[in-house]
Design a protein around this ligand. Structure first.
Ligand SMILES: NC(=O)c1ccc[n+]([C@@H]2O[C@H](COP(=O)([O-])OP(=O)(O)OC[C@H]3O[C@@H](n4cnc5c(N)ncnc54)[C@H](O)[C@@H]3O)[C@@H](O)[C@H]2O)c1
Length: 411
């Protein structure tokens, strides 16, 4: 029995899903094959995901491949209640609502797990962590699964190193068709979309500080430059910092950037990037945003401790009023700004990531019993298949190596 907020929102969710589906050409093509072959027939898939229109379409594809699909959220603030309602109206079991407390969030994951999954699709690693921690009795039944994001893959690798990973998991994040596009262009565009739609402010001429020059940080920095901002990068890896400097950005420490920035965006997958000593130096009216998976990159306890009051300034924006009257504005509670205060990545980008997830789930269902209980790389053929479909949907094409060229290149 689903656990949701308001079923009457279903028509709005349905409309959002239909809009997205029109532009999800890769999943449309995978669905055509899957509907015929039903590779997930008889299997239960538990999916922990940012529940919004595009992920809802992914779940429909998984169902048309034969699976019973059970959904839960992967972040308390990224669930869209109207999409949840549309899914439940369409017969899915969903356990999630926007703004779940920590206890509710865990309860939803436990409820979703109680359907005893054969295959897991996770985003960020909470589902897998709770399965191992709270429901180890279910592990033997799980054939395997896949993980969507950098932070989730990092958590899986820790578990693998400790020797406690109970089933194989594909690291979808590490596929080229995932991180090169989703993390870079997807996060790059959707972070700015969320900041602009929530603040109604100009980006041109602003000092933008991006922490982390990985796949996400690069995208956020590139798009900020395109919008006319001056961009400062904070890194701990000297090579990445050098790369940022040679890409034309200012490589600085957070200590130096704190008093200069107008907009701060963390995208490191680490914790405590912006803390008390930085907050104390900041200008009145700064925007604080996080794009990393968890809400630990901007130290919220420090923000509360420094503030005399917290005021609601606009939807999705809280103003932290410091004792000297300065106001620091936190967007989306410091959770992934593009999902907590926006619609997430652009449709065509998620079409690629979800195509990879679908292919990985199908492969896991068919072959997972023979795989080692490890974090697995997505096979190159899957990456190539998704790239070809995406390129063709964009009207692009590629050349082919001639036999002579193959020989010359040693292929
Ligand atoms: N918002 C989204 O929709 C979205 C999409 C994909 C990934 N993510 C998340 O974003 C985060 C970053 O992902 P990524 O793929 O860019 O990772 P990445 O590993 O490619 O890059 C992270 C970078 O941060 C740097 N870093 C680590 N700790 C730091 C610190 N204390 N100070 C400064 N820099 C530091 C690292 O050196 C690295 O260069 C992860 O949590 C990931 O799960 C979010």
């Amino acid at each position: 029995m689903s656990s949701i907020r308001d079923i009457s929102l279903a028509p709005v969710g349905q409309q959002k899903m239909e809009w997205a589906w029109q532009y999800m050409k890769i999943l449309q093509s995978i669905q055509k094959e899957a509907e015929k072959e039903k590779p997930l027939d008889g299997l239960t898939l538990t999916v922990a995901i940012h529940i919004e229109a595009k992920t809802a379409n992914l779940c429909r594809v998984l169902r048309s491949a034969g699976a019973e699909v059970i959904l839960t959220g992967c972040n308390p603030l990224s669930t869209q209640d109207e999409v949840v309602a549309a899914l439940v109206a369409d017969g899915f079991e969903v356990f999630a609502w926007r703004g779940a407390t920590a206890e509710e969030y865990e309860m939803h994951i436990e409820q979703a797990l109680s359907y005893r999954p054969h295959v897991i699709i996770d985003d960020g690693g909470d589902l897998v962590a709770m399965l191992h921690g709270n429901r180890p009795d279910l592990a033997a039944r799980v054939i395997g699964g896949c993980e969507e994001t950098t932070t989730g893959v990092m958590r899986l690798r820790i578990r693998e190193r400790e020797g406690t990973l109970a089933f194989p998991m594909y690291a979808v994040n590490d596929a080229r068709c995932k991180h090169l596009f989703d993390n870079r262009h997807g996060t790059g565009q959707s972070v700015w979309d969320a900041i602009m739609r929530n603040t109604n402010m100009i980006i041109a001429g602003k000092n933008v500080v991006v922490a982390g020059y990985g796949m996400c940080g690069r995208g956020v920095a590139q798009k900020a430059r395109g919008l006319g901002a001056r961009v400062f990068i904070c890194e701990v890896d000297p090579v990445r910092a050098l790369e940022a400097a040679m890409d034309g950005f200012f490589a600085v420490s957070m200590d130096e950037a704190a008093g200069v920035g107008d907009i701060f965006i963390t995208a490191t997958g680490c914790k405590d990037i912006i803390r008390k000593e930085h907050l104390m130096k900041m200008k009145d009216g700064v925007l604080l945003c996080n794009a990393g998976h968890f809400d630990v990159e901007i130290n919220k306890p420090d923000l509360y401790a420094l503030s005399k009051e917290v005021v609601k300034r606009r939807p999705n924006i809280e103003g932290f009023v410091l004792h000297d009257g300065r106001v620091l504005n936190l967007i989306g509670e410091g959770r992934l700004v593009n999902l907590a205060a926006g619609d997430g990545h652009p449709i065509e980008i998620m079409d690629m990531s979800f195509a990879l997830q679908t292919l990985c789930a199908i492969d896991m269902a068919e072959n997972g019993k023979g795989y080692a209980k490890k974090v697995l790389s997505v096979p190159a053929e899957m990456d190539t298949k998704v790239a070809r479909l995406a390129l063709s949907a964009m009207g692009g094409s590629v050349d082919k190596l001639s036999p002579e060229q193959e020989k010359y290149m040693g292929k």
